[in-house]
Each structure stands twice: as structure tokens, then as C-alpha cells.
Design a protein around this ligand. Sequence first.
Ligand SMILES: O=C(O)[C@]1(O)C=C(c2cccc(Sc3ccccc3)c2)[C@@H](O)[C@H](O)C1
Length: 148
Amino acid sequence: MPETPAIHVLNGPNLNLLGVREPHIYGRETLADIEARCVKAAAGATVVFRQTNHEGVLVDWIQEAREVADALIINPAAYGHTSVALRDALKTLSIPVIELHLSNPATREPFRHHSYVSSAATGVIAGFGPAGYDLAVQAALTSIRERG
Ligand SMILES: O=C(O)[C@]1(O)C=C(c2cccc(Sc3ccccc3)c2)[C@@H](O)[C@H](O)C1
């Protein structure tokens, strides 16, 4: 177990607009609120929390995590349903990868039912709203601890 684990949390397109519209689907918390949740749940572990609307930037951040992170949490948003590039980048990682969705895409439009990310993830958390990020951080810490 690293002395101070580093958990990278990556967020995909449009998540910078959270809390503004569709609170019945994604909740009323902003991404800044969710970042604060992650820091609190991490209980002293380092949290690197980022959001981008650009697929290639997510690939760059995944490659960076390969070198410096002990676990990766990713909410790919719409790119989860479209991006082989994200799947390929995640497959290069040997650290725990947790796919996270605020909503449960399986209960929504058919085009959201498939995720390219899931086949590269250690596990998936979906449908719990912002609390899902707390669950993902706990899962990351447990996975790090159990890997030694
Ligand atoms: O549930 C999620 O977290 C999800 O990853 C997030 C998504 C998503 C889609 C559009 C906008 C937003 S964030 C948002 C919400 C309300 C108003 C503006 C932006 C997230 C979807 O693309 C995914 O299918 C599901």
C-alpha cells in the first residue's frame, strides 16, 4: 500500500454543466461539490480531479495516470458509448479502474446501454447520483489496499 495513495478522477463531456439542468437525472450538485465529496471520502489520499469535453485530453490523462496514479475513476459521460480510444487507453493500465455514471444508463435510451469503457474497467458504479463518487473512492481505496 503506497504511503499516500493517489486517486485520479476523470470526468467527460458536459459534466462541467452539472447542477444546472436535468437534476432529476444527474442530481443538483455541481462538479465542484462532487470534487469536495471525493476529497472527503479519500480521507487523506491524494485526489486529482479533472473534467474535459475533449476525448483526446481524456486519453492523455489516462496515459498520465498510468505513470503516477494508484487507481483511476472515470465518468466518461457520452464518450463511454462511443470511444474505442478511451477503451484502448484504459486497457494499458495495471491499476484499478472504476467506471462511474451518475445515472443508470441501462434504464435510459438504448444508445446509452453499451459502454466501451466497461470492458476495460475493474468495476462499474452507476445510478447512485453524486453518492456514486463516494462509493467509487471507497472502492478505489479498498482495491489499492488489497493489492498491497
Ligand atoms: O450518468 C452519467 O453520469 C453519464 O455518464 C452522464 C451523461 C451526461 C450526458 C449529458 C450531460 C451530462 S452532464 C449535464 C447534466 C445536466 C445538464 C447539463 C449537463 C452528462 C451521459 O452522456 C451518460 O450516458 C451517463
